[in-house]
Design a protein around this ligand. Structure first.
Ligand code: SF4
Ligand code: SF4
Length: 68
């Protein structure tokens, strides 16, 4: 799974320094998660810390790649 940031992201920058894998960076319009780097914070936090800190709850976990 990977964290995904929705288009409603307000680019507040709060999630970026919290990511232990530097998986979050500014995309064309809003911040985006690199699925190659996101580990859902495994080994660092019990739950995805970006989701915990986002003030508008615009990050969710996408599990579609678990079917591959
Ligand atoms: S879930 Fe964790 S590793 Fe993945 S982008 Fe969010 S803070 Fe980074
Ligand atoms: S914390 Fe949420 S609103 Fe702020 S930059 Fe990250 S995803 Fe966007």
């Amino acid at each position: 799974m990977t964290a995904v940031i929705e288009v409603s992201c307000i680019n507040c920058d709060m999630c970026v320094p919290e990511c232990p894998n530097q998986a979050i960076a500014l995309g064309v319009h809003h911040y985006e998660v690199d699925p190659e780097l996101c580990t859902e914070c495994e080994g660092f936090y019990e739950a995805p810390t970006c989701i915990a800190v986002c003030p508008i709850d615009c990050i969710y976990l996408d599990n579609t790649d678990s079917l591959l």
